[in-house]
Design a protein around this ligand. Sequence first.
Ligand code: 3PG
Length: 395
Amino acid sequence: FRTLDDLDASGKRVLLRADLNVPVRDGKITDRTRIERLLPTIRELADKGARVIVCSHFDRPKGKRVPEMSLKPMVEALSATLNRPVAWADDCIGPAADAAAAKLQDGEVLLLENTRFHAGEEKNDPAVAQGLAELADLYVNDAFSAAHRAHASTEGVAHLLPSYAGRLMEAELKALDAALGNPSRPVVAIVGGAKVSTKLELLGNLMKKVDVLVIGGAMANTFLAAQGHAVGKSLQEAEMHDTARQIMADAAATGCEILLPLDLVVASEFAPNAMTRTVAADRVPPDMMALDVGPDTVDAIEAKLRKASTLVWNGPLGAFETPPFDQATVAVAQSVASLTASSGLKSIAGGGDTVSALRHAGVLTRMTYVSTAGGAFLEWLEGKTLPGVAALEAA
Ligand code: 3PG
């Protein structure tokens, strides 16, 4: 694919597909990583004299104008992080977008309203792609994290304008490819989090590629239950037990070692600063639930990491947003950071929760590479073709 190195931006109207789908709570952005990682591309384009027209989806408004899902608050966030003014258009296509784009001068930046306010965005409707294409001379896609969606703004428009990968897209693809295309072994993968059924598929694929598969978070409960252990009130998916057993059998057959929790931190309710106990993984009391892995498990993971060359991490080990259930995730994150610095461990992490967890642990900048992607990172780990990337490659 072509990059900004191949693009003569001066005086050009550039449609930049960003991913401003950032986590927001009570109207406040809780993590600006995606905005920050986008800045090099915007700056480079604007400094080269392009008229930068930024578009993105936000949340899942399902083709309706949902006021709480407007990108308007992002004007200030973007402008503050960029340290330059950002203009606004109330729509991503049509008269409002056309008028705002027409007013833009060289080096200026415009943000368009949520692309998903149009039902045609997610349907990859050629009319939406055409409306977007009419705003610009060139298309730059910097939304690796939305590249698993074949939408008008991520895929369709790439066929209508000369298309390029932005700096973030380029960095994501280079880092992931170099790290996992042909990784140095042993490779350890840590997979955690609550999205059990979605990640079981990932586990099936990862076990063919990695040497040790560490399973933590709520999905570990499903595996423990599938082994016949009492899991008490723990979150788990009973209907996935057969699949979990199959995964364990397949992993054994392919020579991939699965590491399940040896001990668990349990509480009778999921609440901040709840009273906790640490129990063996097969001893969760009936009235309690597992919310983190315990210290013996952390030791076992660290032992694997000390021998590893490459680590792929997706998903926290426990309910890290609610201390004290952050302890295992923080401890392992800090070990990974030290090993990355001291013994050249190649540490690659991705997923919205994982990024927040690493930030919480204070080690976000001490990994070899942190992807901004959630679902796209997963699909990439599953070996799937990402339509947004394929469209750039075809361009
Ligand atoms: C993400 O946050 O993973 C991307 O922005 C894609 O969002 P989506 O899952 O709503 O398509």
